[in-house]
Write a protein that binds this ligand. Structure first.
Ligand code: SF4
Length: 221
């Protein structure tokens, strides 16, 4: 049986600070830090190993994710898993999580206060996982991870440096491929291949790529 959705204002208290994976999951599942807790059916918790070297960060739960409590489910998850395998990665070895943990009613955009409240869960999970590479799915997740709005098309597929040494590779959201965007599926495979190359040491990390760029700019005067 599912709980009926209701609207209420909720509270504005930040999520509590926690340290272990079990505490983190409990904190997300019981979170009332923003009004979305009254709109969701199942809060999303990350799935995949806690020692994963690669973490994929999705954006906002939709119907399938809300029903299953997974960061990415349904056709979008199938597209992601297929792209991971195309890039030579094993889906079961990759952690998949989400910026937002509760689905907004009518799939509205979350407010900035809701994003800020939920970002605390993401930051905590990433601190707990300590991944080497993060792949962000779409403009929303990329902007939240970078802490500022970005022109998504200009950063997709590039290696950026976030969280003091973690390589961020922004790519398209698998839902874009499901909706028929011809660019999205191929870009997703291409960008996951970049992530794998960084993990394998065949490509420079985001921090190294940034250092190279700065040296070139200095050399060019
Ligand atoms: S959206 Fe995030 S911050 Fe808001 S209630 Fe759900 S888990 Fe808590």
């Amino acid at each position: 049986m599912t709980r009926p959705r209701t609207r209420s204002t909720g509270t504005t208290a930040p999520p509590p600070a926690v340290r272990t994976p079990r505490e983190h999951i409990r904190a997300v599942k019981t979170c009332t830090a923003c009004s979305l807790h009254t709109e969701r059916m199942t809060p999303v918790v990350g799935d995949g190993p806690i020692d994963a070297r690669l973490v994929v960060v999705a954006a906002i739960p939709r119907r399938h994710e809300d029903l299953q409590g997974r960061a990415l489910a349904g056709a979008g998850r199938n597209v992601l898993d297929s792209a991971l395998m195309s890039a030579g990665l094993v889906p079961a070895e990759v952690r998949v999580t989400s910026v937002m943990r509760c689905r907004p009613l009518d799939d509205r955009e979350p407010t900035s206060d809701e994003v800020r409240a939920c970002n605390a869960h993401l930051r905590e999970e990433l601190a707990m996982l300590s991944p080497e590479v993060i792949v962000s799915l779409g403009a929303f997740a990329t902007s939240v991870l970078l802490g500022r709005p970005v022109p998504f098309e200009r950063v997709a597929g590039y290696r950026l440096d976030v969280l003091q040494g973690v390589t961020l590779v922004p790519t398209y959201h698998p839902r874009d491929a499901v909706r028929g965007d011809p660019q999205a599926a191929s870009a997703l495979r291409r960008d996951l291949a970049v992530a794998r190359a960084v993990l394998d040491g065949r490509m420079k990390t985001g921090a190294q790529a940034l250092a190279d760029l700065r040296s070139r700019l200095v050399a060019d005067g």
